[in-house]
Design a protein around this ligand. Sequence first.
Ligand code: ZN
Ligand code: FE
Length: 262
Amino acid sequence: MIEHMQDKIQIIPIPAFTDNYIWLIHNGQSAIVVDPGDALPVLNTLKALNLDLKAILITHHHQDHIGGVGTLLEKNPHISIYGSAQEHYSFQHIAVSDCDQITVADWLNVISVIGIPGHTLGHVAFYLVQDKAHHLFCGDTLFGAGCGRLFEGTPAQMLTSLKKLASLPGNTMIFCAHEYTLHNINFALTIEPNNQALIQRRQDTALLISKLKPSLPSTIDLERATNPFLRYKTDEIKTVLQLKNAGDLEVFTKIRLMRNSY
Ligand code: ZN
Ligand code: FE
């Protein structure tokens, strides 16, 4: 009997630079990487696991997310590269926009592109439902207990983008591009010191980091419970910020401003 079996996917972080993660999705033979800022650690991982690189997904144009593309393309000329239609890249790529559905590999379900401007104006996330699990690759927009800096967009754009991501199913796994979680939690505790979920998360994260393990993936549920950039409606935060009667955007903007100098 011939059956078309879809292999279970695996997702692993490839550490790069000081705190980047290049996420690698594979089925035991073929691989896709997200935001390869550096080629060498990716090439080493592909070799160690005996994987063929099939495609590259890019969330935004910063060098620590695209720096490895040139070398990877040189060594694997047939791969497809997906990047935002609103950003400029020096290499050939398939331009994607909000709400696009892309077929990246025959062993992967369709991936949804979500436009999330703020950190950069063309920033996109990639959302994949596979093996009954939900996966979000969100680059530098949503971090563990934090969010990206506003290099190009406005606070209002970032707030809208984060609301989009926060509305995904609670069990969606969040694959961020940096290991900033512990520092973000420490900041979050300064404006929401009595949040029990946050206090617990600090313990859990500190333990992982002490064992040199990634704090990611996170989940949307955990972010809703602990991430100050999704918790601008919380009484404790509004009280600490002395913004009791302020609207969402004002509170969000103030949190982002405070985090900039933390
Ligand atoms: Zn960035
Ligand atoms: Fe980055």
